[in-house]
Design a protein around this ligand. Structure first.
Ligand code: PEP
Ligand code: MN
Length: 380
């Protein structure tokens, strides 16, 4: 059961204790207070966990501070939309709003290789007015003989350069809980010039101990990449693992599914699921066209398959685009064949703007028609 409190109720309000006291009347029910920092307001929700089917809603509805009581029937108790009864609030991090309305592009290196490449990447982002990026330091590779990432050694210059070029948020995969400590330390030593979205890669989508670990820490939000060979339901349950430990600042990233049916692409592009995830959950939805498509081939129309896949996600309302760029792809130590080059950045962003505008026009048209049919029903 979710108790949604009125927007003006604060964390230290005595009303919260009243709710907890009422909840304490019911045995085997655990109450957890969640504060959601939204773009325009913060919202408090109290989750009642346990056998709540016999718990009545009325004693909670009578409390002045309670706006709404939602009975939760689905598995995604915290991240779920519960048939539209719960709004998608999103969250703010480093002054950037991540929710189901916004759109951010995170171009960057699949894997950090040299300080010079990191600097040239950030320089290009600054020139383009972008403050969000990706930088892989810990790389989970298929072969143990492939480059495994620079690890903690690169963190000092990555964070320092991010600060120099005004990068506020960097998506960075971690493959072990100790990496969080390394990131914490490096950020503190650099004076926290930037923020980090902890990326859980597709290979760790069901590493439940790692999921619980990132759920227990509060410093960093989580960018969870859909498992490549499991159902969407299983991936959403994995996000619920993170949320159930206390961190509900989660972004779900679609990155394609592993099947030969996707050939000639690296993975079968799954961006038609953007609206499905937005309907089922409150999570902002990211797309990763680079790891989906896996190659920078040009179509006869002059756009790469990566541009086309990006457009498919953005036209469907995606909220973030995680995309590989590299100043010199042949020299990249990981995933060079799918990296776009820095001179392609501006045209790529222009393409996204065109598609986003089309998406906004589609939404406006849908709202107009919905209004017209509601009026028609009212007069019928
Ligand atoms: C990545 O984004 O660098 C990555 C390894 O992606 P995925 O986990 O989706 O394969
Ligand atoms: Mn990669």
């Amino acid at each position: 059961m979710i108790l949604i409190l009125k927007p003006d109720v604060r964390r230290d309000s005595p009303e919260i204790q009243r709710v907890l006291d009422v909840a304490a009347r019911y045995p085997k029910i655990e109450a957890r207070v969640h504060v959601i920092e939204g773009a325009t307001r913060s919202l408090i929700e109290i989750y009642l966990i346990g056998a709540t089917t016999t718990v009545p809603t009325e004693p909670f509805e009578e409390i002045e501070a309670v706006e709404k009581v939602v009975r939760v029937s689905e598995k995604y108790r915290i991240i779920g939309r519960h048939h539209g009864q719960v709004e998608a609030e999103g969250f703010q991090y480093q002054g950037v709003t991540f929710d189901q309305e916004s759109l951010h592009v995170l171009p960057g290196l699949c894997a950090v290789d040299t300080p010079d490449h990191v600097e040239r990447m950030f320089q290009a982002l600054k020139a383009a007015g972008i403050t969000t990026s990706r930088m892989g330091a810990y790389k989970p590779r298929t072969s143990p003989y492939d480059f495994q990432g620079r690890g903690r050694d690169c963190l000092p210059y990555v964070f320092e350069l991010a600060g120099k070029y005004g990068i506020r948020v960097i998506a960075m995969e971690i493959t072990h809980e100790s990496h969080i400590e390394e990131i914490n330390t490096a950020l503190d030593q650099a004076g926290s010039p930037t923020g980090v979205l902890l990326q859980i890669g597709t290979r760790n989508a069901q590493n439940f101990e790692l999921l619980k670990f990132v759920g227990r820490q509060q410093r960093f939000p989580v960018l969870f990449k859909r498992g490549m060979g499991i159902t969407l339901e299983e991936s959403l349950n994995a996000c619920e693992y993170v949320a159930s430990e206390g961190n509900s600042r989660i972004i779900l990233c679609l990155r394609g599914m592993k099947t030969n049916l996707g050939d000639p692409h690296r993975n079968f592009v799954d961006f038609a699921h953007v609206p499905a995830v937005q309907r089922l959950t409150r999570l902002p939805v990211c797309i990763d066209p680079s790891h989906s498509v896996g190659r920078r081939d040009l179509a006869p129309d002059g756009l790469t398959d990566i541009h086309h896949a990006t457009a498919q996600g953005v036209i469907a309302g995606a909220n973030l685009v995680l995309v590989d760029f590299h100043p010199d792809p042949p020299k990249a130590l990981c995933d060079g064949p799918q990296a776009l080059t820095l001179d392609e950045l501006e045209p790529y962003l222009e393409d996204i703007r065109i598609v986003r505008e089309a998406y906004e026009r589609r939404r406006a048209a849908a709202a107009k028609h919905a209004g017209a049919s509601a009026a028609h029903r009212a007069t019928a």
